[in-house]
Design a protein around this ligand. Structure first.
Ligand code: HEM
Ligand SMILES: *[C@@H]1O[C@H](CO)[C@@H](O)[C@H](O)[C@H]1NC(C)=O
Ligand SMILES: *[C@@H]1O[C@H](CO)[C@@H](O)[C@H](O)[C@H]1NC(C)=O
Length: 326
């Protein structure tokens, strides 16, 4: 098992190197970057996803926050070190741990609507649900005036449920968060700070976890406290400006300003929106490349809410699941 995983890692690296070379040649069209070689099975997916997300954003600005959180949780709920693999859409993970009752149902519906369109245009073996989620997240940030990041395609969908107990909590010390991000390959402290900037469009319905200063306004607003108190629905750097004014809602937000390792990034992004956008592009791409599932241990789901066989392996019999699919 360990050896074969090493071999697929080497193979993936080779493909990545090739994809980088191809991407460098196709200079001005970085949206088309794909791991599929020699031929991209569905270049149309870039357009299909963008149109669907733009249309959704017109009537529902909350979709950006919904997609960002779901994507982050998908990539960070690894088991056997798998990452962005659409495991979050399987019922057990969708309703498990901190996801339960807190992820936006509309996100899974939208991804499944895109799934149907992609199946019609390209067949149901061409693009994974994990790729659709990654592209949709990227496009929803652009729709909210954020940067549009190049995202590779080529992920496969998991056959197993991820481990949701690694997902970070709002009271966690910054040192824990730095270690957690490093565990997923995001070792640069700028990754933690920039990606926490996803809260620029976020809301929380759990009033009791916000810092004491916000308890009152949280109650006054009913159940939804905005996380960027300056420009709640714009993808911009005002979340960081808020932190410099001691207006971070979670301790895990505000402490980014006081921790010696993260402070300078917060100050930089608060002053300079472009610096935030540039780091965001790098960090979102790194997040999107966390531990891809490959054809050896995954599949392309026809329906993003269930595996093609309709059953999921538990963590314990994961090896059996891979053997059956190989
Ligand atoms: C670094 C550690 C992080 C912690 C401790 C954290 C914690 C939380 C918590 C507690 C909520 C509120 C959930 C609720 O009330 O239902 C939340 C919401 C949210 N988080 Fe994070 N988060 C972190 C990182 C991230 C990252 C990296 C992203 C994306 C890049 C992200 C995007 C969001 C968004 C967009 C929301 C709002 C979701 C919505 O309105 O539907 N968070 N986060
Ligand atoms: C899930 O993650 C938690 C927290 O890191 C860990 O204690 C636990 O052993 C993990 N479970 C499995 C089955 O990997
Ligand atoms: C996809 O699977 C879910 C869960 O089994 C089911 O509720 C839904 O109807 C399915 N969607 C389609 C289009 O078949």
């Amino acid at each position: 098992m360990a050896r074969s995983r090493w071999n697929s890692a080497v193979a993936l690296l080779a493909v990545l190197a090739m994809a980088f070379a191809v991407a460098a040649m196709a200079s001005d069209d970085d949206e088309m970057m794909s791991l599929y070689q020699p031929r991209d099975p569905c270049p149309q997916v870039e357009r299909i996803v963008k149109e669907a997300v733009d249309a959704e954003f017109k009537r529902n600005k909350q979709i950006t926050a919904g997609l960002l959180r779901v994507f982050f949780h998908d990539c960070f709920s690894g088991v056997c070190s798998f990452g962005c693999d659409a495991s979050i859409f399987l019922e057990e993970e969708w309703t498990g741990g901190v996801n339960g009752g807190s992820v936006q149902e509309r996100v899974r519906e939208l991804v499944n609507e895109i799934r149907v369109k992609v199946n019609k245009e390209c067949g149901d073996k061409a693009v994974s649900c994990a790729d659709i989620l990654a592209l949709a997240t990227r496009d929803s940030v652009a729709a909210a005036n954020g940067p549009r990041t190049p995202i590779f395609r080529g992920r496969f969908d998991s056959l197993v449920i991820g481990n949701v107990s690694k997902l970070p909590g709002p009271g966690q010390p910054i040192s824990d968060l730095l270690n957690l991000f490093a565990e997923f390959g995001l070792q640069d402290p700028a990754d933690l700070v920039a990606l926490s900037g996803g809260h620029t469009v976020g809301r929380t319905k759990i009033c009791f976890i916000v810092r004491p200063e916000f308890q009152q306004s949280c109650r006054a607003n009913g159940d939804r406290q905005i996380l960027d108190v300056i420009t709640p629905d714009q993808f911009d750097n005002q979340y960081f400006v808020g932190l410099t004014r001691n207006q971070g809602v979670f301790a895990s937000d505000q402490n980014l300003l006081t921790h010696p390792t993260t402070r300078r990034f917060v100050v930089d992004y608060a002053r300079n929106k472009q610096a935030f956008f540039t780091q965001w592009a790098t960090s979102l791409r790194k997040l999107s490349e966390v531990n891809w599932v490959t054809p050896r241990n995954g599949e392309i789901r026809v329906n993003c809410s269930r595996t093609n066989r309709g059953r999921v392996s538990s963590i314990m019999d994961a090896d059996e699941g891979f053997a059956a699919s190989a």
